[in-house]
Design a protein around this ligand. Sequence first.
Ligand code: PSZ
Length: 283
Amino acid sequence: MLVLWNGQLLPRTEVQVDLEDRAYQFGDGVYEVIRVYGGQLFLLNPHLDRLVRSARAIRLDLPWSPSQLANQLRELVAANRLVDGAVYLQVSRGVAPRAHAFPRASQPVLVAYPLPASRPTEAQERGVRATFVEDIRWLRCDIKSLNLLANVLAKETAVERGAQEAILHRGETVTEGSASNVFIVQGRVLRTHPANHLILDGITRRFVLDLAAREGISTVEAPFTREDLLNADEAFFTSTTQEIVPIVEVDGHSIGVGVPGPITRKLLRAFHAAVQATIQQEV
Ligand code: PSZ
């Protein structure tokens, strides 16, 4: 495997992660996961725009322009002959003697490498179980920061309960998943939490909202409660690698009739068609 490390492509064993990299000690950095279909970086520009926003929000100056990053990532994909998978990209504030305050002089460290990913076909067809977990994160969940401890703890709680995903809630309000955005269908309306400081504005979230509009499905970005979710006709979560996954049960309560619903299935078909169209466009 070749790894992109500050503009160079190196074998994994030659990448030297420093003991005092601030990502390692403080989680002081930002990241992205980008899906690759047919050798193409899917929705690359929105991911790079979000990386720039996340970096700015933590006052980290990126020394690379989005178009330079795009070129480097395309080289990474080509060098690894990556066809179907994902790319993980992180930028840390760099290496400096351990101290909380920003170092006077440090160069950001960028690392990117391929991750395996494949469409979760069975989960998409059958749906999955989810569980409620209190959202104990900080109040800047819009930043895709390397600090994922609360997300990790929530996901582990889900695993312990035999659920695929943790649905986070602040009090009664559902925010998002531990590593996904959450949608419900109420009648003919698709609803998801607004993109504010309480959630990550998922690239897949935005893509699905746009797909829904094109499919003639009404959408509303408004908070909803745990009870709204339990009473919804359909529910699903979205993420870069999971695409759209129907939620058919939450803590033992069936959602709708307990199988993936018609609007969710329509969106899944539209999503898969959009992916297919992107792959074919570039060939
Ligand atoms: O492989 C995986 O399971 C992935 S790849 C990306 C994610 C999970 N999750 C991103 C994410 C997230 O961490 C939180 C807290 N909320 C929403 C999302 C969805 O964001 P996008 O759609 O940009 O991946």
